[in-house]
Write a protein that binds this ligand. Structure first.
Ligand SMILES: Nc1ncnc2c1ncn2[C@@H]1O[C@H](COP(=O)(O)OP(=O)(O)OP(=O)(O)O)[C@@H](O)[C@H]1O
Ligand SMILES: O=P(O)(O)O[C@H]1[C@H](O)[C@@H](O)[C@H](OP(=O)(O)O)[C@@H](OP(=O)(O)O)[C@H]1O
Ligand SMILES: [Mg+2]
Ligand SMILES: [Mg+2]
Length: 353
């Protein structure tokens, strides 16, 4: 953990970064010997990300600004014990699998001084589309400058031939969006009629399609910071579409393919962002209830209403590289974590007096 003073600039590239960490270790030992105030050193952030994610997240503009602010990103080698690496102040990760979860849990126990973003147990909630929106549905945000809910949905893990009856019993209306239970799978489809429901492949979550004028709000959360962007989304479905269409329409990775709609010439009723106070309360409550600091919320406004919103998806450690100004938001967030930690330390309090 950063032990005092300001935070200064660091190395360039992964190999160089590892060297800087070693140098920082030596400097610390020397400080203890002479008993002086600890010298400034870098904030070391270990990251365990897929190469695709590392590329989209660790863009040169983030690395560059981080370096200026004294933050060093160091790749974690998954083949070596975590405790032999670093030492880290913060660990950022987005890898799945039981084995990795276990490694992180053990590391958290052994190294309570390291901030792991985020705890694997908390992330688990968002990895499954059945549990993902549970907290949102339990929130009562009826008097917060708008209403936020979850579309009616049903978890299905039965023989596909029994899906139409299950849908009827649950009172869901067509069309339905069929989403694989596992959130990392993005093979979504839209089912227009009863018969096509039998062609779906459980386990999945069926969600009522909510008309929203073809615009979606991506609400990015980074600790206490919130940023919202507009994205193009699926167009409204009307009665005519329902009677003229049958079957299952697949739309894999639709949200990735859809362009940013912030500069588009949109109907202002559709484009108006959700009210800030509503987003503040929603983000605060979800952060607290889920125990997460890095996630996003996909929100839509029911077409024809001003204040009726639905959360349709949440993602852990989403594509922050697409969030405008993410390099500033993220570096400020990382620094704020160590500042909070530093203030909690007893040695700090005694110096204060
Ligand atoms: N209930 C719904 N009503 C209307 N449109 C929906 C609904 N659910 C999903 N969509 C549309 O389908 C898209 C993909 O759905 P969703 O966000 O659940 O999938 P995803 O693959 O998890 O996306 P991401 O890439 O954000 O993780 C949404 O961005 C939206 O355009
Ligand atoms: O920022 P939004 O539009 O929400 O989309 C993200 C998805 O939700 C994430 O699941 C993607 O991350 P992974 O590829 O690590 O799952 C993430 O991939 P990226 O970080 O490589 O861009 C994005 O596709
Ligand atoms: Mg989504
Ligand atoms: Mg998602």
């Amino acid at each position: 953990m950063v032990s005092g003073g300001c935070i200064v600039g660091g190395g360039d590239g992964d190999a160089a970064e590892q060297e800087v960490i070693a140098a920082a270790g030596v400097a610390e030992e020397e400080e203890e010997v002479v008993g002086q105030a600890p010298a400034a050193r870098e904030l070391v952030v270990g990251y365990a990300l897929t190469s695709k994610k590392a590329k989209s997240f660790l863009q040169p503009k983030l690395r560059g600004l981080a370096r200026k602010k004294g933050i060093l990103f160091v790749a974690i080698d998954q083949k070596r014990p975590l405790s032999d690496q670093g030492p880290f102040d913060i660990v950022l990760h987005k890898l799945t699998g039981r084995e990795w979860q276990q490694i992180l849990e053990e590391y958290r126990e052994e190294h309570p001084e390291v901030t792991v973003l985020d705890p694997p147990g908390a992330i688990e909630h968002l990895l499954n589309r059945q549990s993902m929106l549970q907290e949102v549905s339990e929130l009562d945000l009826s008097d917060c400058h708008g209403r936020v809910g979850v579309p009616k949905q049903l978890f299905v893990n039965t023989d596909p031939s029994s899906i139409p009856a299950a849908v009827m019993r649950a009172g869901l209306s067509l069309p339905l969006v069929a989403k694989p239970l596992v959130a990392k799978s993005h093979e979504l489809s839209l089912a227009y009629d009863q018969t096509s429901l039998t062609k779906l492949e459980p386990p999945l979550v069926l969600q009522e399609f909510v008309n929203h004028g073809g615009v979606l709000f991506k609400v990015y959360i980074v600790g206490d910071a919130i940023r919202v962007v507009r994205r193009f989304s699926l167009p409204n479905v009307d009665e005519g579409d329902l009677s003229n269409n049958a079957g299952v329409f697949r739309f894999p990775r639709v949200s990735c393919a859809s362009a940013n709609a912030d500069d588009a010439d949109l109907d202002p009723h559709v484009a108006e962002l959700p009210p800030r106070p509503l987003l503040e309360i929603l983000a605060r409550e979800l952060r607290r209830r889920l125990g997460l600091r890095l996630f996003n919320i996909d929100m839509i406004r029911e077409h024809g209403t001003r204040d009726r919103f639905y959360v349709i998806d949440m993602n852990y450690f989403p594509g922050y590289g697409k969030m405008p100004g993410y390099e500033h938001v993220f570096t400020d967030f990382l620094l704020s974590l160590v500042q909070k930690e530093y203030k909690r330390r007893p040695s700090y309090s005694s110096c204060e007096g």
